[in-house]
Design a protein. Structure first.
Length: 202
């Protein structure tokens, strides 16, 4: 069974009154030839919340899968993580979407969709505050123009990182984006910037 890792970022990141909010997800998996492939999705909702944004990203990511997979979600939303790890969505379904006090389940519409979309997959969810995709996803999330691409998102993340530097530095970028890496390797860019096609744990 293929393993797909899904990393999520949202514009709303904590308790807040419902408002317009965006979400992005990176789906990464290894092809049979050993190459790592990344795919991205992006969306938004009016009058949304942090929990709804994360659930929407998860649901739409699952809808992209064409076969049964082992799916590992990475998120810093502890509420969503805890609910899934406790198998609460299935418990709510069996209780006809009512709490023990008789009240309805918040975001019931999305939890129902999550159960439907996840039933063919093995689901795991992991808390991760700063994933290797964080900068790329945030750049993608902040892109104002329609049609923002993977390459543009990686370049935006690199630019934003460089803007944070206060002095001249030897900069080493770590990315899985082979196109961006190759552009630097072919000396199309400045020679004091290094780009490596791997992920750093530093």
């Amino acid at each position: 069974m293929k393993t797909v890792k899904i990393y999520i970022e949202t514009t709303i990141t904590g308790p807040a009154a419902p408002k317009r909010g965006g979400y992005v997800a990176a789906l990464t998996f290894t092809r049979r030839n050993g190459d790592i492939e990344d795919r991205f999705l992006k969306g938004e909702e009016e009058g949304t919340t942090y929990n709804r944004s994360v659930l929407l990203a998860m649901i739409y990511a699952l809808q992209k899968l064409k076969e049964s997979c082992r799916v590992v979600f990475y998120t810093k939303n502890t509420y969503i993580k805890n609910m899934i790890q406790a198998d609460n969505p299935e418990k709510w379904r069996r209780a006809e979407w009512k709490k023990s006090d008789g009240k309805g389940i918040q975001n019931q519409d999305l939890w129902k969709m999550f159960l439907e979309e996840s039933k063919e997959h093995e689901i795991e969810i992991v808390y991760e505050k700063d994933s290797e995709y964080k900068e790329t996803l945030q750049a993608y999330l902040q892109g104002e123009e329609e049609g923002t691409t993977y390459n543009r998102s990686v370049l935006l993340a690199m630019i934003y990182a460089l803007q944070k530097l206060k002095e001249p530095c030897r900069v080493v970028f770590y990315t899985r984006n082979t196109y961006i890496k190759n552009m630097f390797v072919q000396d199309f860019m400045l020679n004091h910037i290094y780009v490596k096609g791997e992920v750093s744990n530093c």
